[in-house]
Structure formats: structure tokens, C-alpha cells
Ligand binder design. Structure first.
Ligand code: CDP
Length: 233
């Protein structure tokens, strides 16, 4: 497809909805920058855990989050299935941010306004140049409210847990489907009920239910939407 002009695409949705897979494939096709903001909240959580900071201590978690050096890099990747590399204070934590310990605590850390403000500031820096696909929970509502294309990607909790279970198997980790399903539902509840930037579709977001739909088909649908937007602008 010939690019007429760059645009910003905001993708939100609940846990393990496939938004990262879809966003990354789209970014590769369009040659856009890709940013999965979930990895930033995960890294802030890992940083707190590594430093023995109680995740319920809002002030300590927030102050620490402000100090972390976080680099997310999608080029020159180690070929181990990663979509991007996350460096936390120079250390490669790409897989360490996906452990059950981080899953269990990330939604608590993500509730804090100070943590969110810090991460949103860093995310908007990435978004400033345009030609970016940003994925998260509050991208269309808070981080990039002017994005011309906003998508809200969902699937049933069972299907999302199934996909996450398969990911874990492929990464060589033993995982229980029931525990993953429980975690997905628990995080969705916290994320959608929190006071600051709760998970919800932006008023002008297009909802895509990916239950029993292939990634290729979803990508095709979104590429058509992008073409339509570019014809209008
Ligand atoms: O990959 P998965 O969908 O399981 O989660 P993630 O996108 O890596 O996000 C992990 C957690 O970070 C979420 O459950 C939210 O608590 C938080 N998050 C957020 O609050 N805001 C964002 N923009 C992205 C993630």
C-alpha cells in the first residue's frame, strides 16, 4: 500500500486480547513505530519488586517509577520470539516482565496517578512524531485522544486466556489455563474499575471482537479502515 501520510493509531483492549500481536504486525506492514505501553507498567512493577518496595506503598512505588531508565527497542532483536526488547536500567528484562509475579502486581501499580503521569509523559514523547501505533488501555482516551484511528480489540475471556496459555507454552513455561483465566479476569476488573484512566473504549473507537477470527483477517479489516481514513484526510 502506498503511504499518503503518516497517522497515529491507538489500540486499546483488555488483557491478552491480541492487541499487541495485531499492533506489531500492522506497524511492520506500515513501517510505523510500535509501542506496547503495557511493558512500561510491567517494567515499573518489576522495578518495585526487585527493590523490595511494597506495591501497596503508592508514594514509594511512584517515586521509584520516576527514576527508572526505560528503553524499548524494536530493532536488532534477539531471535527468541520477542516483539521488542525492554531495557530496565540497562538490563534486558524483556521476559522478566512477563512472569506470574509481575502479572499479579501490575494492575495495582498501574492504579497510581503518579505512575501513570510518568508513563504517559514518556509515551507521548514516542507519539509526537506520528507514524506510530500505540497499544494499551488508555491510549485512545488519555494518551493520544486526537489519534485519527482508534481501535478497541476484544475477545471472550476464555479465548484470551487460551491465547495467553498458548504463548506461555511456546515460551517453554508450564502454565495452568485456570490460573491464567483467573488472572485475566482479575486484571480486567481492576483495570476497568480504577479511578484514573480506566480501561474503556474511547467514544470514537471502533470495536473489533477477535473471538474466533484470524489475525490475518483482522489485519485486513484494519488496513481497509486505514485506507478509508487516508482518503478522507
Ligand atoms: O499483555 P496483557 O494484555 O496481558 O497486558 P499488558 O498490555 O502488558 O498490560 C499489563 C497491565 O498494565 C494491565 O493489566 C494494566 O494494569 C496496565 N496497563 C495500563 O494500566 N495502561 C496501559 N496503557 C497499558 C497497560
Amino acid at each position: 500500500m502506498t503511504q499518503k501520510q503518516g497517522m497515529t493509531i491507538a489500540i486499546d483492549g483488555p488483557a491478552a486480547s491480541g492487541k499487541t500481536t495485531v499492533g506489531k504486525k500492522l506497524a511492520d506492514l506500515l513501517n510505523y513505530l510500535f509501542l506496547d505501553t503495557g511493558c512500561m507498567y510491567r517494567a515499573a512493577t518489576l522495578a518495585a519488586l526487585k527493590n523490595d518496595i511494597d506495591v501497596h506503598d503508592e508514594t514509594a512505588v511512584t517515586e521509584h517509577a520516576k527514576t527508572i531508565d526505560l528503553i524499548i527497542n524494536s530493532t536488532d532483536l534477539v531471535e527468541d520470539g520477542r516483539l521488542y526488547t525492554v531495557l530496565l536500567n540497562g538490563e534486558d528484562v524483556t521476559w522478566d516482565i512477563r512472569t506470574p509475579a509481575v502479572d499479579a502486581n501490575v494492575s495495582q501499580v498501574s492504579k497510581y496517578l503518579g505512575v501513570r503521569n510518568e508513563m504517559v509523559k514518556r509515551q507521548r514523547e514516542y507519539g509526537r512524531k506520528g507514524n506510530v501505533i500505540m497499544v494499551g488501555r488508555d491510549i485512545g482516551t488519555i494518551v493520544l485522544p486526537d489519534a485519527p484511528l482508534k481501535l478497541y480489540i476484544t475477545a471472550t475471556a476464555e479465548e484470551r486466556a487460551q491465547r495467553r496459555w498458548q504463548d506461555r507454552q511456546m515460551q517453554g513455561h508450564e502454565a495452568s489455563f485456570d490460573i491464567i483465566l483467573e488472572d485475566v479476569i482479575r486484571r480486567d476488573n481492576i483495570d476497568s474499575q480504577r479511578k484514573h484512566s480506566p480501561l474503556k473504549p474511547a467514544a470514537d473507537a471502533i470495536e473489533i471482537d477477535t473471538t474466533q477470527q484470524s489475525v490475518d483477517l483482522i489485519i485486513k479489516q484494519i488496513m481497509t479502515m486505514i485506507q478509508e481514513k487516508q482518503e478522507v484526510h
